[in-house]
Design a protein around this ligand. Structure first.
Ligand code: OOB
Length: 555
């Protein structure tokens, strides 16, 4: 069985494994994978609906014709900078229109955006730069009280591949600044289209996984699979040209980007509205002002939205669907959404690696409030396996494995993960424990992977443990999840120290200085005399989770 053609690293090894050619053919024959590339989308929509509103960011609005003009101008400017087909570009922008314009301009060039999140810091960005050999790094000047320019300056030196820092906003004394404000099609020279042309099976973007090993993994997504992801989700959400999608969670997050999110909405000819923050007041005001029809949040935001609406009611009559996903939504909270906000709840259980599950808009209330939905594609293959590797009967708990038309077959530049994260016949081991109902709906009951889901933000225990061990006072460290009222889970670090143990505050600032994203710092640090061990001598994380639960009860 051959594989679809993928670019090769200089060493000759492929950067990522494609789908087997037989599966690829099946997805094409079924009309799931189409002959489409993202760089063409703005032009296609501009010719079909030039005057329809495509994008809203505060007081700035773009029709599809204007979106196309700005994407083309930016594409030319990026080309003039020297960016070319296949180049990787780290994009770390918040929910601003520039993300959308730049993203499509990169697509038109055939360059590959690497989706960093605004919360990432030196440690994460350096890893992305190293792994992808990115040629450019795009940042805002400041966002959420953080100045990204020193971070970029700091990074530049150690990463020879990085040739450009592109600052959206005030560049300060940065030289690589691309002055977005002065861009216009008139100024930019004409550029020839990429040669060879961008193909539907090309790498379109790299997403970040929550991660279960030491460093965040990179997920290759192609034009054809990612466009299908967005279209399949849009169908279940019934998006059309009248849909208005509000982007509340970070736009670089797969949920916001294409489930159906920004891409699903633009593919349908609808309007994307960007919320500058997830603040419930801001978001509810935008829903009223822009007549938003669908938006997406994570579970910890839900109580704040409900409270905000009860305290300061708004006209939310346009809102048909509130998507909630990224972490387990409590059934009791789920039941309050429809009656309070007057819209339909849709649960979303997805992953950057691919598989996406949604409840349907016409599923019975009980199913919508207690399950995390069904796979969006009839071609998604799902297995639920017990500890013995055998399929469990419906209703029993097992690990979810999956393969399908938009689920990766391997990580980017990480062939060593093939054996641990994939079966020989190409199934991805999600690490999630689920129960499947006879209707095909999945209910997420836990995880086998060592990951803390802090209200939707994924923290890899191993990664944080490695950093903790760099602290001179810490001899051994183990990070586990503990239940948390608002976040669902928080992170607790157990440490063994020879001398006095550092407190939570000291550990937090130690990790910040090491350049780790703030959300990865443990919520609590607990000193123990020795680590509990399993019979085979591994750290007994179950015992620690139990301890974390008890310590929490005492606090
Ligand atoms: C989304 O993507 P990631 O890659 O940040 O995280 C994926 C993991 C899943 O494997 C699962 O452990 C957890 O997040 N998860 C949920 C969930 N949705 C995601 N756990 C329980 N209930 C849910 N509804 O989080 C993501 C990607 C696309 C759409 C939505 C979420």
């Amino acid at each position: 069985m051959g594989t679809t053609s993928v670019p090769r690293a200089p060493s000759g090894a492929p950067d990522w494994p494609g789908w087997p050619s037989e599966a690829a053919q099946r997805y094409r024959d079924a009309g799931l994978w189409r002959d489409e590339v993202f760089g063409d989308l703005p032009a296609r929509q501009a010719s079909e609906r030039p005057r329809a509103t495509a994008l809203v960011d505060g007081d700035r609005r773009w029709t599809y014709a204007e979106l196309e003009a700005d994407v083309e101008a930016l594409h030319r400017s990026l080309h003039r900078l020297g960016l070319r087909r296949g180049d990787r570009v780290i994009v770390q922008l918040p929910n601003r229109a520039e993300f959308v314009l730049l993203w499509f301009a990169l697509q038109r060039l055939g360059a590959v955006p690497v989706h960093a999140l605004p919360g990432h810091r030196r440690h994460e960005i350096a890893h992305l730069a190293r792994t992808t050999e990115a040629v450019a790094y795009v940042i805002p000047d400041r966002y959420a009280r953080f100045d990204y320019r020193p971070l970029a300056a700091d990074l530049g030196a150690g990463h020879p591949s990085l040739r450009h820092t592109i600052v959206v906003g005030d560049p300060g004394d940065h030289t690589g600044f691309l002055p977005y404000e002065t861009l216009s099609a008139a100024q930019a020279p004409a550029v020839a289209p990429p040669e060879p042309p961008v193909a539907p099976g090309d790498l379109a973007l790299l997403l970040l996984s929550g991660g279960t090993t030491g460093t965040p993994k990179l997920i290759p997504r192609t034009h054809q699979d990612y466009a299908y992801n967005a279209r399949a989700a849009a169908e279940v959400c019934r998006l059309d040209a009248d849909s208005v999608y509000l982007a509340v969670l970070p736009i670089a997050f797969n949920f916001t980007m294409s489930c159906p999110g920004v891409l699903g909405t633009l593919q349908a000819g609808g309007t994307v509205v960007l919320s500058p923050s997830p603040n419930p007041g801001t978001a509810l005001e935008l829903i009223e002002r822009e007549r938003v029809t669908v938006t997406a949040v994570n579970p910890p935001l839900v109580p704040y939205w409900l409270r905000e609406f009860e305290d300061a009611p708004r006209d939310l009559s346009s809102l048909a669907v509130l998507q909630v996903g990224a972490a387990r939504l409590a059934d009791s909270l789920a039941r309050r959404i429809g009656p309070t906000l007057g819209c339909r709840l849709q649960q979303v259980f997805g992953m950057a690696e691919g598989l996406l599950n949604l409840t349907a808009l016409d599923d019975p209330d009980d199913v919508v409030c207690t399950t995390q939905g069904r796979p969006v594609s009839p071609h998604d293959e799902v297995l639920v396996l017990g500890g013995d590797g055998q399929a469990v009967p419906d209703g029993d708990v097992g690990e979810l494995l999956t393969r399908g038309p938009y689920t990766l077959r391997g990580y980017y530049r990480s062939p060593e993960l093939a054996r641990t994260h994939f079966t020989e016949d190409g199934y991805y081991r999600t690490g999630d424990l689920v129960r499947r109902l006879p209707t095909g709906h999945l209910s997420v009951v836990g995880r086998v992977k060592e990951q803390i889901n802090r209200g939707g933000e994924k923290i890899d225990a191993t990664e944080v443990e490695e950093h903790l061990l760099a602290h001179p006072g810490i001899e051994s460290a183990a990070v586990v999840a503990a239940p948390h009222a608002e976040l669902g889970e928080c992170s607790v670090a157990f440490v063994v120290c020879a001398g006095p143990a550092p407190g939570t505050r000291e550990v937090t600032s130690f990790l910040r200085e090491r350049g780790l994203a703030a959300y990865k710092a443990p919520d609590r640090v607990e000193a123990v005399a020795r680590m509990p061990l399993t019979p085979v001598g591994k750290t007994d994380k179950n015992a620690l989770r139990e301890l974390a639960r008890r310590e929490d009860g005492r606090a």
